[in-house]
Each structure stands twice: as structure tokens, then as C-alpha cells.
Design a protein around this ligand. Structure first.
Ligand code: ADP
Ligand code: MG
Length: 323
């Protein structure tokens, strides 16, 4: 059985490099050179087996997702990613599992130009903690507290695919989600695409931004609270993938998955009504589809409508420690 340091050596051999990493894996801490005049952006997210990914998820997919959810937070700040750390709790020192995990983790890191500069390796229940670091021009970060009455509400990509895959896997929801489409949906659950190009392009365009991890209505609620405003969302305008249209033919079921299902890792952002063309230009430059789904209103709370009538989801979103 290899020990902790053999595992760290395997990680170190593949960690990737950047000119601004003075010292990476191997010392007591890493030394990094942030670009002059930019603000450092730091985020951390942990994935626990059975909570954030289904038991039995392929190691490479766990690796991809662990980094992706963190890069999604950087995207939602409009930040450019640069470095990350990785804290691994592993039930056993299995080098094959680690190599496969690194295949997924480092494929995304390389694609996004992120260097792995440190971490921690311990024995325990399977858990993956990542800290991602990036930077943004001073004052240009996309925050949750900038939404204003009259702003349009936008989302990227499409919503509900990951929630459909999860309900198929964990909830055994085979009645409404066809097995034939599970493959495409499962990809959305296991391999979310952090919307980094869009987040960066929205600097100076969006008034507020959040990434969707707990479900659209719940996450938009965070923007509303931080901004001191309310929101009206037209559930019928939520962008829908062909895979979800085929997999969940019942529109009522689909609305629930799209409005309150989690794990989308799309961006939800607001922009002044007069910035509509700028939003579309930013989306085109980033190569990411966006859709306007409602507007910010005075007051508080998120009101959803479907078919012109008020619509309430059975559950607003995912919260840890919910009973
Ligand atoms: P220390 O005891 O000083 O914290 P460790 O033995 O935990 O050092 O780690 C040795 C080096 O390996 C450090 O540079 C640390 O950042 C790095 N490291 C440990 N585990 C990981 C990991 N899972 N991923 C990346 N780097 C790691
Ligand atoms: Mg340590």
C-alpha cells in the first residue's frame, strides 16, 4: 500500500505549472505572484460522497466536478482563474483511484490554465475540498448586491438537466425521466462547465451575478436579499435542453426540475434594461447562450409565474441540514 507521501508525489508529478507560481507543491506553503493592480478572488467548496455526488460516481468525474464547482464561483465573480489547492480525504491509499481522479481534475485545470499549488492528504471518508484562486480588475467583480429595480434577469445555458439526472439516479424517478436520455443528462450532473468566459465578458455589463448550485429560485433569492430587491421570473422562459424535453415530457415536472433543481452551475445575472445588446454581445463573445427570464422589481422575494399565473415550487432549493 502506498503512503501519504507516495500519493502526494503522484499529484506533484502532474500538477501543472504557471510562471506566477514561485513555489508549488512540496514546501510548507505555496508562493504566488498575483498580477499588479488586480484583486485576489478566493473561493472554497467541498464535495462529500453521497451528498454532492452519488456514491459510485467515477473518480474522474469526481475530480472534474470538485474543480468545476469552484471555478464556477470564480466565473460568477467575473474572475480569471489562476491557482487551486486540493484537500483530499480518502478511505484508502488507492493509486488507481487517485490517478483517475487526477485525470478529471487536471483535464479541467489545464483547460482553464489553473495550476495546482498545494493541498492536504488524509485518511477518512471520501471528501474533496478545493480552494480556487483567481483575480479580477479592481472594482470589476460581479457581486450579488448590485441588482436594481427594472434590471433584466438572465441565465446561461439550460436548466434542469443535472437535477433530472440526479432524480433518475437517486430518486429512482424512472417514470418521468426516460433511461435513453440519461447519458446526456448525467454528463451535465458529473461534468458541469464553469462559465468562465461569460463571467469575464459580463464585467461592466451585469449588475449582479451568482452561479446556480442550489436551484434557480433559491439562488436568485440570495441576489434579491443582498440587493434589497424582489424578482419576477417567468418559468416558461427558462432555457430547456432537447435532452430534458425528451426525458421529461410532462411540463409540470420539467418546471420543478428547472426552477428548483440544483447542480446547474449556470450563471444567473442581472443587467439594466438598456444593456440588453451589451449582454447579447458578451454572450456571443463568450460563445455561451443566454436567455432573459424575468425582471428585478421593487420589494423583496422571488415570484415565479407559469402560464401567466403565480407558480410555487414544491421546494425552493437544496439546503444542507434540512430535515
Ligand atoms: P505539511 O505537513 O507541511 O502541511 P504535507 O505533508 O501535508 O505538508 O504536504 C506536503 C506538500 O504537499 C505541501 O506542499 C502540500 O501543499 C502538498 N500537498 C499535500 N497534499 C496535497 C494534495 N492532495 N494536492 C496537492 N498538494 C498536496
Ligand atoms: Mg499538510
Amino acid at each position: 500500500m502506498p503512503g501519504e507521501f507516495d500519493l502526494i508525489d503522484r499529484i506533484r508529478a502532474r500538477a501543472g505549472a504557471r510562471d506566477d507560481v514561485v513555489l508549488g507543491i512540496g514546501d510548507d506553503a505555496a508562493l504566488l505572484v498575483p498580477p499588479a493592480g488586480r484583486q485576489l478572488v478566493i473561493t472554497a467548496d467541498t464535495l462529500n460522497a453521497g451528498v454532492h455526488f452519488p456514491d459510485g460516481t467515477a473518480a474522474a468525474d469526481v475530480g472534474w466536478k470538485a474543480l468545476a464547482v469552484n471555478l464556477s464561483d470564480l466565473a460568477a465573480m467575473g474572475a480569471q482563474p489562476a491557482w487551486c489547492t486540493l484537500s483530499l480525504s480518502l478511505p484508502e491509499a488507492d493509486p488507481r483511484w487517485l490517478d483517475a481522479f487526477l485525470d478529471g481534475f487536471l483535464a479541467l485545470a489545464q483547460r482553464c490554465g489553473v495550476a495546482l499549488v498545494g493541498g492536504d492528504t488524509t485518511r477518512g471518508p471520501l471528501s474533496v475540498g478545493v480552494t480556487a484562486l483567481g483575480h479580477v480588475a479592481a472594482g470589476a467583480a460581479l457581486r450579488r448586491d448590485g441588482a436594481r429595480d427594472g434590471d433584466g434577469i438572465w441565465v446561461s445555458g439550460s436548466l434542469g438537466d443535472a437535477a433530472a439526472a440526479l432524480s433518475l439516479l437517486v430518486g429512482g424517478d424512472t417514470a418521468t425521466v426516460g433511461k435513453a436520455d440519461a447519458g446526456g443528462l448525467r454528463e451535465r450532473l458529473d461534468r458541469p462547465e464553469p462559465r468562465l468566459a461569460l463571467g469575464a465578458a459580463l464585467g461592466g455589463v451585469a449588475s449582479a451575478c451568482i452561479d446556480l448550485s442550489d436551484g434557480l429560485l433559491a439562488d436568485l433569492g440570495h441576489v434579491c436579499r443582498a440587493s434589497g430587491v424582489g424578482a419576477r421570473v417567468d418559468v416558461d422562459r427558462l432555457p430547456l435542453s432537447d435532452a430534458l424535453r425528451r426525458a421529461a415530457p410532462d411540463p409540470a415536472r420539467r418546471r420543478v426540475l428547472q426552477a428548483s433543481g440544483g447542480d446547474d452551475f449556470e450563471l444567473c445575472f442581472t443587467a439594466a434594461a438598456g444593456r440588453r445588446d451589451a449582454v447579447l454581445q458578451a454572450a456571443a463573445a463568450a460563445g455561451t447562450a443566454v436567455a432573459c427570464i424575468g425582471e428585478i422589481v421593487a420589494g423583496s422575494g422571488v415570484q415565479a409565474h407559469a402560464g401567466g399565473l403565480p407558480w410555487t415550487p414544491p421546494r425552493a432549493g437544496y439546503e444542507h441540514f434540512d430535515s
